[in-house]
Structures are given as structure tokens and as C-alpha cells.
Ligand binder design. Sequence first.
Ligand code: NI
Length: 224
Amino acid sequence: MLLPIPEVLNPAQLEEVQRLLAEVPFQDGRYSAGKEARIVKQNEEMQQQDARYDRLNRIVMRSLVNHPLFQQAALPLRVASPFYARYRPGMTYGDHVDDPVMGPMTGRYRSDVSTTVFLNAPEDYEGGELVIRTSYGETRFKGEAGSAVVYPSHSLHRVDPVTAGERLVAVTWTQSMVRDAARRELLFELSEAREALLERAPTDPVTAKVSHSYVNLLRMWAEL
Ligand code: NI
């Protein structure tokens, strides 16, 4: 499931994030890449040791993780510390699938869901689309500033070359309580139906049946 999530960050948060990213040092993104990604990855990333990294996370990650659509779609068990990436003209990230297991030995997690948070406006750069390949073809994303998109980490994806301006994003990975992408998608659709019914017909016995089915299906499939 490829799901855009609008308005993860509000304008005031975006302004603060952009101000911080304008002053922090960036380094070659290949330092953090796995063996295969290193060949196709050409971007820059903020150093995570920087004191401003925590400030950025308090804004970006807190907003993302608390967003109801993110919760519903990703069913997060663990969410990784993000990378703040910058693409300047000529920079790109060729076709790849994300590393399956990430994090230090003491805190490893499996990447089930990838998330890109767009930190500047699509008008601020040319090119730089996130292109995700599915069995139905390619989908291209160039999100509004402050929005995000979630997609399965196993999907082949790339960032097309930026030809002008600068693209700023945060990328992070989630180990989901529900490992299988098809099951997550089914749960997402059922939870949307459940929410709509709870809104429209809260006392209808059909609402209770759908709601209980969602809850118990999640219990059946969730692994902690
Ligand atoms: Ni990737």
C-alpha cells in the first residue's frame, strides 16, 4: 500500500525544521548506505551526532508517529531514528529496496514500512520525484511540504535526479506489528470502514460487528 499522509507538520513546525536544516552540516549519504545502496545513492545527510538532531526529531518524528493515519497504516512496533536528506542538482538515489534489518546490535529492527516526509515545497526543486514500483506499475510522489508517504520497504523505489533547487526530506523505517504488507492493507481498509461506521451509526449492531472483527483480526495477526 502506498499511502500519502497530508499535513504531518504544520506551517510553524515546517518553518522551524527548515531553519534548523539550513544551518546544520550535511555529509555524503553513502556513509550510511548498505553495500548495494552505496552504488546508486548520491545524496547528502545530516550527521546524527549534531545537537540539533534531537530537536528535529521532537518535531518531525513526534508529529509523524502521533498521526492517526500513520498509526492506522503502519501499525508501528518500532520506529527508527530518521535520516534527514538533502538532494541538490545532480543528486539522485537509483532503484533499490531498503535494507531488511537496521539499527545497532543492541536495538535491531526489521524494516517493514518506509516513510518519506517532505520537508520543503515541490516548487522548490525540479525532478526529485520519489518513484515507487508496484506490480501495477510506477507511482510518482512529489509531496506538499509537511506531508508524508508510506510504502512497503520491500518495494523497488528510487529518487529521480534533482535538476534544479534543493529537495529536503526525512526518511525513516518502521517495524510493524503486522509484518505482511497485504495483511496491513486489509486491516487498514477494515479500520477505515470501522471509523466511518462508528461516526455514522455508532449504536448499530453492524458497527459493533465490524469493530470487533477489526480488533480481533489485529489481535490474531499482531506480533510484538
Ligand atoms: Ni529507500
